[in-house]
Write a protein that binds this ligand. Structure first.
Ligand code: ATP
Ligand code: MG
Length: 267
């Protein structure tokens, strides 16, 4: 049995003749923010796809709270407390922000413990109580991510940055314990990127969640991660604190192209 909250253990995957992931292993402890870096095509998104169940690995295990996710169906992984956002936002364009976040709440709350307790305590018909609870939770998450002004707007009307925040709100509304974020800063404005670091640090505190984060924005990922895992050509090149990984010769050569100035980081 693994000791860690989350553990990738010897994960390998091939696409045809291409070894996309080769014996990848690392751990994430509860409450940590772990950053996953690597050049384009390193296998970062594919690793997220394996964790969330889109691809079955050729070998290895993924331990999450003592369950091997490789053996679980994708929907069960979300139910166990795994949340994920995608490299490009994937939302229904003709739904409002509020409906989008409510839908996510519904998925989480269908028959959850909190809903049952409320039903019992208030003696109200279950559907009415549950609906009220969903509405409140959705509004709360929307406010938390600063999306109040967009609540009744259609997703198709949003800027890309706002769309990505809506996606994040929907995912967090499902109360995940482990959050996988695939390049949350990609395609959003510099000002929004700068706000993202402090926001993620605050959300970790408030939600008690654990984060595994893919990012190409070095000041962002080096600034908020407790540890960094560097991947290249499907293999782990280095792991350690941000300072250790930035000083690693192989990482510098294959990816960073020079040290990131730690004075510039956001946290
Ligand atoms: N469904 C697929 N079928 C075949 N090859 C794939 C598939 N998905 C990804 N690949 C290949 O696997 C490799 C890893 O891709 P992946 O998207 O995981 O990289 P990444 O590290 O996320 O890169 P980026 O930083 O550009 O997002 C690449 O060579 C890619 O072309
Ligand atoms: Mg990717």
């Amino acid at each position: 049995m693994p000791d860690s909250f989350f553990e990738i253990a010897g994960i390998s995957l091939r696409f045809g003749g291409l070894q996309v992931l080769n014996d990848v292993s690392f751990t994430v402890e509860q409450g940590e923010i772990v950053g996953l870096i690597g050049p384009n095509g390193a296998g970062k998104t594919t690793l997220f796809d394996v964790v969330s169940g889109f691809h079955k690995p050729a070998g290895g295990h993924i331990w999450f709270k003592d369950v091997d996710l490789v053996e679980e169906r994708p929907y069960r992984r979300a139910w166990l407390g795994l949340g994920r956002t995608f490299q490009t936002a994937r939302l229904f364009q003709n739904e409002t922000v509020l409906d989008t976040v409510k839908t996510a709440c519904h998925r989480r709350m269908g028959g959850g413990a909190l809903v049952s307790t409320l039903r019992g305590a208030l003696g109200t018909p279950s559907s009415v109580t549950a609906e009220r609870e969903v509405e409140e939770r959705a509004q709360m998450m929307i406010a938390r991510l600063g999306l109040d002004d967009y609540s009744n707007k259609l997703c198709s009307e949003l800027s890309y940055g706002t769309l990505r925040l809506t996606e994040l709100a929907s995912m967090l509304a499902m109360e995940p314990e482990l959050v996988l974020l695939d390049e949350p800063s990609s395609g959003i404005a510099q000002r929004e990127t700068e706000a993202l670091g402090p926001l993620l640090l605050e959300l970790r505190e408030e939600l008690g969640a654990t984060f595994l984060l893919i990012e190409h924005d070095m000041p962002l990922i080096m600034g908020i991660s407790d540890r960094i895992v560097a991947l290249a050509s499907g293999e782990i090149l280095a792991q350690g604190t941000p300072a250790e990984v930035q000083a690693n010769d192989q990482v510098i050569e294959s990816y960073l192209g020079g040290r990131v100035d730690l004075d510039e980081v956001v946290a």
